[in-house]
Design a protein around this ligand. Structure first.
Ligand SMILES: [Zn+2]
Length: 81
């Protein structure tokens, strides 16, 4: 008799756990990109953090790049004039 009760309680707890997991899914909201400390890469238009190592000062203006490739493209464009 007691065993049946224990099984019932365990089953209820498992069920409760399953339902709760379905109702309250683990937080997986789409990541919001915070652009407050971000600068736009002028080559590919993606936002890059200000502390990126790929940055360049050109005529007193700072330019930020997502990669060395974009930085090189920018330099090449400026060199062309
Ligand atoms: Zn880029």
């Amino acid at each position: 008799m007691m065993i049946k009760l224990v099984i019932f309680i365990v089953a209820a707890l498992v069920l409760y756990g399953l339902i709760r997991n379905k109702l309250l899914p683990s937080k997986k909201e789409p990541e919001q990109i915070d652009t407050t400390n971000m600068e736009r890469d002028p080559i590919c238009n993606t936002y890059v953090p200000e502390d990126t190592p790929h940055r360049l000062k050109y005529y007193d203006k700072m330019y930020f790049f997502c990669s060395q490739t974009c930085m090189d493209k920018f330099k090449a464009e400026k060199a062309k004039g």
